[in-house]
Design a protein around this ligand. Structure first.
Ligand SMILES: Nc1ncnc2c1ncn2[C@@H]1O[C@H](COP(=O)(O)OP(=O)(O)OP(=O)(O)O)[C@@H](O)[C@H]1O
Length: 467
């Protein structure tokens, strides 16, 4: 973790300077670097009033004000800040009294360092949860996002998606991992990028798709290796955890992780430490982990394929992205968006038949979700010559066409009804006039003309040849 973790500092108050230095050093060695120390208990309340802290650790026995005197005052003025009481003696009575007064935990100085660190970590997590809770309550009635620009790449008009964006704004700045679930192609990676954008983290967004990677490749890619770690490792190499320093490491298809790699990832999440291959010197990580899966991790952990402890660690925050069939209002804006993208990449204009396409696809179940819609639009855009989407092609591209009976594209009735003179034209004449008109309207594009009048392209081509 970076030296500015946690975002708001921890305040350590103790009259014993040597303890302050050693506790601060221990915390720093475990990645908790944002620590303020104070050896004068009479300054504590004014310090808390002048600066935002995420937790305060106070000694029980101090000159001026004792811990027991200070706890109720801190609790009354700053109810969100967890108070850790640190004592030189293991006195149950004092501990109980401190907890009654409003302390969050009671630590004995002689306890194992790991116990002290764990208590501080819990205090930070509790503070973050309280902050989130307050923030969520404040936002409950608020419709607008504070930073819509973070979500600019995600096209949606769906209410649930908007709530997810609001939740992301609340949780983005914490260090806790985020688990994004949802079917394939719903936009999980886009959401992960939005979490990174909203986090204010200065490092990079680094993505790794775990699917199909074996343990050695996962370990080498994530943690890197030292020179000579294995045959062929001629140079030391940094892994993606290092690359994502102060940024976000996005692990896609996390459900595919083997049990060996799960254990290594758990260590990274719990201790924020990892071992490059060939090294026995643990390295610290400051990358925030965001993971995604289309699988049901709950089921995987119940049948023993996914570690329960890793599952709970990963789901520090859980975001479930609904499938496209549950947000059909997004189909039309997505079609427009992908057509605009296609215009840029193919450098040509498309006539706006987006509303007809959206109507046509409105009941389609989209098993491949937004990726499927995107592929259809890009494929049709790439193959069309006249700027009009070939709807017959759209129909052919649907992956679920066999059990989906879409209404065929119907050409809307002309505004004016057809009128006949005293002598009726022959069928051949009507057919010729109709095809000529369709060809004029489509700039002589035979496929589109065929679509307009409901015949095959071959029929139009034959007509043109024989004319
Ligand atoms: N709401 C959206 N607006 C614009 N484009 C989107 C949206 N959702 C998804 N996309 C696009 O759809 C494609 C699939 O999205 P993405 O890769 O994020 O899905 P995913 O859920 O991570 O898929 P997988 O589970 O297969 O990894 C991408 O090209 C993405 O840009």
């Amino acid at each position: 973790m970076p030296n500015n973790y946690p975002r708001q500092p921890i305040l350590l108050v103790d009259d014993e300077d040597s303890w302050l230095v050693s506790f601060k050093t221990t915390l720093r060695s475990k990645g908790i670097g944002n620590v303020v120390t104070e050896n004068d208990s009479s300054k504590l309340l004014s310090l808390l009033d002048s600066q935002q802290f995420c937790a305060v650790a106070i000694d029980l026995m101090m000159p001026n004000f004792s811990g027991e005197e200070l706890i109720p005052q801190i609790a009354a003025r700053h109810p969100n800040i967890p108070i850790l009481v640190i004592s030189g003696l293991n006195q149950v009575k004092s501990a109980v009294n401190c907890m009654r007064l409003g302390a969050f935990d009671f630590i004995v100085k002689t306890e194992e360092r790991d116990t002290l660190i764990a208590a501080v970590r819990h205090a930070i997590e509790l503070f973050e949860l309280r902050q989130e809770n307050t923030s969520l309550r404040e936002r409950f009635f608020k419709k607008e996002l504070d930073h819509p620009e973070y979500f600019g790449n995600i096209i949606t008009e769906n209410k649930e998606m908007r709530s997810i964006f609001q939740y992301i704004e609340v949780i983005a700045e914490t260090f806790r991992p985020v688990l994004i679930t949802g079917e394939s192609g719903v936009g999980k990676e886009l959401v992960a990028r939005a979490v990174h954008n909203a986090s204010g983290r200065t490092g990079e967004f680094v993505a790794l798709n775990i699917a199909g990677l074996d343990d050695n490749v996962v370990a080498d890619t994530l943690f890197g290796h030292t020179k000579g770690a294995y045959t062929g490792a001629t140079n030391a190499r940094f892994g993606l955890v290092e690359k994502a320093k102060n940024g976000t490491l996005f692990l896609d298809e996390i459900g595919d992780l083997s049990s060996t790699s799960q254990t290594k990832l758990l260590r990274l999440l719990q201790e924020h430490e990892y071992l490059p291959l060939g090294s026995d010197m643990a390295k610290r990580s400051s990358a925030r982990i965001v993971a995604a899966t289309h699988q049901n991790l709950n089921e995987l952990q119940e049948c023993g394929q996914f570690r329960r402890d890793l599952f709970y660690r990963l789901r520090g925050h859980l975001l479930h992205i609904p499938p496209l069939r549950e947000r059909r209002e997004d189909i039309a804006p997505l079609i427009t968006h992908f057509l605009q993208e296609a215009e840029i990449s193919f450098e040509k204009k498309f006539s706006a038949n987006a509303p007809e396409l959206a109507d046509y696809l409105s009941q389609y179940p989209f098993p491949g979700n937004i990726r499927e819609l995107q592929n259809i639009i890009l494929d049709c855009a790439g193959t069309c010559t006249d700027g009009i989407m070939d709807t017959a092609r759209v129909q052919r591209l649907l992956t679920h066409s066999y059990d989906y009976q879409p209404e065929s594209f119907e050409t809307p009735l002309p505004d004016a009804s057809v009128t006949f003179g005293a002598t009726l034209p022959t069928l051949k004449e009507v057919r010729a006039a109709l095809i000529d008109e369709a060809l004029t309207r489509t700039n002589n594009n035979q496929s589109s003309a065929a679509q307009l009048v409901g015949v095959t392209r071959q029929a139009i081509s034959k007509y043109v040849r024989e004319k």
